[in-house]
Ligand binder design. Structure first.
Ligand code: AMP
Ligand code: MG
Length: 418
């Protein structure tokens, strides 16, 4: 994201916080989970390593062939013209040839099979002609070719994965390649969340006049699921002060973080700020971003709390920009920044100075290899289809005005959680 060191918008609304400053304040307010456990590696997928993993072996553990072909002595390549070698045996992956290759000899070898003693080079099968137990090759081969060496991927004694790494599918492979069955990880944080609003109906209920279906609980469920956390879904809570207070207090006892959506603005039924003034230490911020201007952040007892906006796109944008890094911190993960790219904007975009826009876009590569981005159309914070169609945010800086067709813009491709 474009860096802006000025934390307050100095044009129209002096109290607006920048996205960067908001992130900094959030990070300062999160303490990582210390509880850890030893887990079978498959169960550890998505969890954070609590200690470095050191390899007790070399990978590959032995010299082996990168090709199906013939293992030879490279000295034989020094002869002029074509070379004839006698096939004295075969080395299979898992069933090595236990003799020795001498001058003018070779061993039939498969990919991954151990290099026989005396051999140092593999000639791929396609470059040989075989007659009974004799192969003929030319001398245009490089000494040492097609051989994988011990420790080429991982060296014995080296740190393979560092504490703070989120375990990925590749890491499961890496751990198993060094014979490690269990790892020490931080326990998954428990994230409790609920939606607020008298107008919200859950799936299966009938909509009355003025009602809508609750969608925020589902987008949050989806995003949290991809963040590999334990999910505590507390449902829809009506705009009832006592009920909201009760639910927040209960959540603070069992969860490592609480998220709510809606009820945090200044409408008549918006009780969250009133309740939090009594039971928490929470700041109500106005952030210089669109969508998602109001955001509450703080603590209820010791539990971090986010009061997300109510509008569906604002919930997703603020979860992506603020909750995701906060959860990474909670999980003890090292900072993973969003990938930012420049793309040619194929449309005119409306934008007024004062807030950073996170418009929804479709990022593509044109026939010349140039990155282009199309708008998804209407950009209201209630247009949830825009998030479904999009594969990136188009980030328009705080002070920027309208964008002309063909102008270069910054885009944030949706990462794994959107
Ligand atoms: P609020 O912040 O409670 O005033 O809500 C702002 C807007 O978001 C209103 O139009 C709400 O109806 C809508 N909204 C709030 N919560 C949800 C939800 N869980 N699902 C869908 N829309 C919501
Ligand atoms: Mg509401």
């Amino acid at each position: 994201m474009t860096k802006n060191n000025n934390c307050y918008d100095d044009t129209k609304q002096p109290s607006l916080l920048t996205v960067e400053k908001t992130l900094e304040l959030i990070k300062n307010g999160i303490k990582q989970i210390e509880k850890n456990q030893t887990q079978a590696i498959r169960d550890a997928l998505g969890n954070t390593l609590a200690e470095d993993v050191i390899s007790g072996i070399n990978v590959p553990p032995h010299r082996n062939s990168a090709m199906d072909g013939y293992a030879i002595q490279s000295k034989d390549l020094e002869n002029a013209g074509n070379i004839q070698l006698k096939v004295i045996g075969t080395s299979f992956a898992g069933a090595p040839f236990d003799g020795k290759v001498s001058k003018t000899e070779c061993v039939r070898i498969m990919t991954g099979a151990m290099m026989p003693e005396g051999s140092d080079t593999v000639i791929m099968q396609e470059d040989t002609q075989r007659n009974d137990d004799i192969i003929e090759i030319n001398n245009q081969h490089k000494a040492g070719q097609n051989v994988r060496h011990p420790g080429e991927d991982i060296q014995e004694g080296s740190v393979v994965l560092k504490a703070g790494k989120q375990i990925s599918p590749a890491d499961l492979g890496l751990l198993s390649s060094i014979g490690i069955a269990e790892v020490k990880t931080y326990c998954k944080p428990k994230i409790a969340f609920f939606s607020t609003g008298d107008e919200l109906k859950s799936l299966g209920e009938t909509l009355g006049p003025g009602d809508i279906y609750d969608s925020n609980r589902y987008t949050l469920h989806g995003m949290l699921k991809k963040m590999h956390v334990e999910i505590i879904d507390l449902g829809v809570i009506a705009d009832d002060k006592a009920l909201i207070q009760q639910t927040l207090e209960k959540a603070a006892q069992s969860a490592d973080m609480i998220l709510t959506s809606g009820g945090a603005s200044v409408g008549e039924a918006d009780y969250i700020s009133e309740i939090l003034a009594e039971i928490g230490q929470v700041n109500f911020w106005k952030i210089a971003m669109k969508p998602g201007k109001p955001l509450a952040f703080g603590h209820i007892n010791q539990t971090p709390y986010f009061g997300l906006p109510g509008n569906p796109v604002s919930v997703m944008a603020t979860c992506y920009l603020f909750v995701q890094p906060a959860i990474e911190y909670l999980k003890g993960q090292k900072e993973a920044s969003h990938l930012s790219l420049k793309a040619k904007c194929l449309n005119k975009l409306k934008k007024s100075p004062g807030r950073t826009d996170f418009q929804r876009g479709i990022l593509k590569q044109d026939e010349n290899g140039e990155l282009t981005v199309d708008t998804t159309g209407m950009q209201g914070s209630h247009i949830l289809t825009s998030m479904s169609i999009a594969n990136c945010f188009i980030v328009l800086p705080q002070q920027s005005g309208n964008i002309k067709e063909g102008e270069a813009v910054e885009v944030l491709p949706f990462n794994g959680i959107l």
